[in-house]
Ligand binder design. Structure first.
Ligand code: GDP
Ligand code: MG
Length: 436
């Protein structure tokens, strides 16, 4: 039995979905434990290329039970559309391989509206939301002003509850934002179209996980976004509205007693960041353009061009610390193959001082990157499957990061496809399990 959490170490989009899909054949259960349909977890395998938003990235493996935990923002509309899309592409999603926590709170249609209305009100001070309703959803969850998924099984009580919430939310929509109110007819249509189809997937996932734990099954916990977007430890206020940390996995998954054996922190070989907020290592102009093109850095959910820059040791070390990562999966190393010299952000300059400690959010606005350069390898490494076969400069880059980050780099991903990965000593045999 082993419990492993796969988390993002940086700003998100590090390649978590890719790593979950690769490693899932070692696990019996995969649980998404926080965040919502604003995720974009890209998976490329024998079934095709997929961008998963809310579904756990274990859905492609036969025999794996996928769970949406109580910690997620359960958006029935987007979830149902996602299920239909995957089914239409030959991926079987049934109540046997997808279990949704009856304790997950529902993201209601007005959360999306409120998100968009608030971003519009903020104008040039906007947070860079994906407008999927995540912030209003979690605010309402903590105010206890939303509905638990399990309430779908109690139609009368559900309607009474929704009516109360609707009256309350309409005050904000109409009086604060001057927007149109919701009606019960609109909610009836929403229940019919999106909630009823997902109802058969609901169950007491806590019991399922407890049984799995008792039977010695292996559980993989899948996070969304990255450490720097964590509500408590991230770049406030440009964070997401949930906890993206491994420590939250047992709670958000619905197994508060779970011990975590391993935390795999996914780190990109360079940096990318979607949306607003301080991004100290950011590159601009032609340098950024080339990296963005080489890494195809456009949001999986939004299509937005991602901000890019060199790997940031200060932010990454901080991410590793708050995640408690025991291993690193380094992704997209192949992307750097076009560079003669590889920039690395080694420290931050704050006024006259230099620091390698990640600053308090207010201080971040004033920080500047200190850049050093390593030799590039200038060739295509996407076909390499063993560490020793990498060009010397590529090996040096990995070893340099391993030392600077003080965490073993167990996996080096050199392509987006499931098999395009180097498992370093000991990991290969364990992870292979018929994949390689
Ligand atoms: P996630 O949100 O952390 O799951 O990451 P995303 O899927 O949003 O972004 C990662 C992107 O990089 C996706 O387009 C992946 O297909 C792609 N990708 C992942 N690993 C590699 C890799 O090692 N090399 C290359 N070239 N692309 C990769
Ligand atoms: Mg993503």
């Amino acid at each position: 039995m082993s419990n492993c959490v796969i988390v993002g170490i940086n700003w998100g989009d590090e390649g978590k979905g890719r790593m979950v899909d690769f490693l899932t054949d070692r696990y019996d259960v995969v649980v998404r434990y926080q965040g919502g349909g604003n995720a974009g977890h890209t998976v490329i395998n024998e079934k095709g290329k997929f961008a998963l938003h809310l579904l756990p990235s274990g859905v492609f493996r036969r025999g794996v039970v996928n769970v949406l935990g109580n910690g997620v923002a359960l958006d029935p509309e987007n979830l149902w559309k996602e299920i239909l899309e995957l089914k239409s592409r030959g991926v079987g999603i049934t109540p046997d391989n997808l279990k949704i926590s009856e304790r997950a709170a529902l993201l209601l249609p007005w959360h999306r509206d409120q998100d968009a209305l608030e971003e519009a009100r903020l104008a040039d001070k906007k947070y860079g939301s994906t407008k999927q309703g995540i912030a209003p959803f979690y605010s309402d969850k903590y105010q206890k002003k939303t509905v638990l998924a399990g309430e779908l099984r109690y139609p009368e009580e559900l309607r009474r509850h929704l009516k109360e919430l609707l009256e309350w939310k309409n005050l904000t929509l109409t009086k604060v934002y001057g927007a149109a109110p919701y009606t019960m007819e609109m909610m009836e249509a929403w229940i019919r179209e999106y909630c009823e189809p997902v109802a058969p997937f609901l169950c007491n996932t806590g019991e399922i996980l407890k049984t799995a734990q008792a039977e010695g099954k292996s559980i993989l916990f899948e996070a969304q976004l990255g450490a720097l977007r964590d509500l408590d430890f991230g770049i406030c206020p440009y964070t997401t509205s949930s906890n993206t940390l491994a420590a939250y996995a047992p709670i958000g998954a619905g197994l508060p007693t779970a011990g975590i054996d391993e935390v795999i922190g996914v780190v990109k070989a360079y940096s990318s960041c979607v949306g607003e907020g301080p991004f100290i290592c950011e590159s601009f102009g032609e340098e950024a353009e080339k990296l963005r093109e080489a890494g195809a850095e456009y949001g999986a959910k939004t299509g937005r061009p991602r901000r890019v820059g060199p790997v940031d040791l200060v932010a990454t070390r901080y991410g590793i610390a708050v995640q408690g990562a025991s291993k690193i999966a380094l992704t997209k190393l192949d992307v750097l193959g076009y560079l003669e010299k590889i920039p690395v952000c080694v420290r931050y300059r704050t006024g006259k001082e230099e620091t390698d400690i990640f600053p308090f959010p207010t201080e971040l606005e004033k920080a500047e990157p200190v850049i050093e350069y390593l030799d590039g390898w200038q060739c295509d490494i996407s076909g390499v499957r063993s560490f020793d076969e990498l060009p010397e400069a590529a090996r040096n880059y990995v070893l340099y990061l391993e030392q600077a980050l003080d965490c073993p780099i167990a996996y080096v991903s050199v392509g987006a496809e499931r098999e395009s990965i180097i498992c370093r000593s000991g990991e290969r045999e364990e992870a292979a399990g018929g994949v390689l």
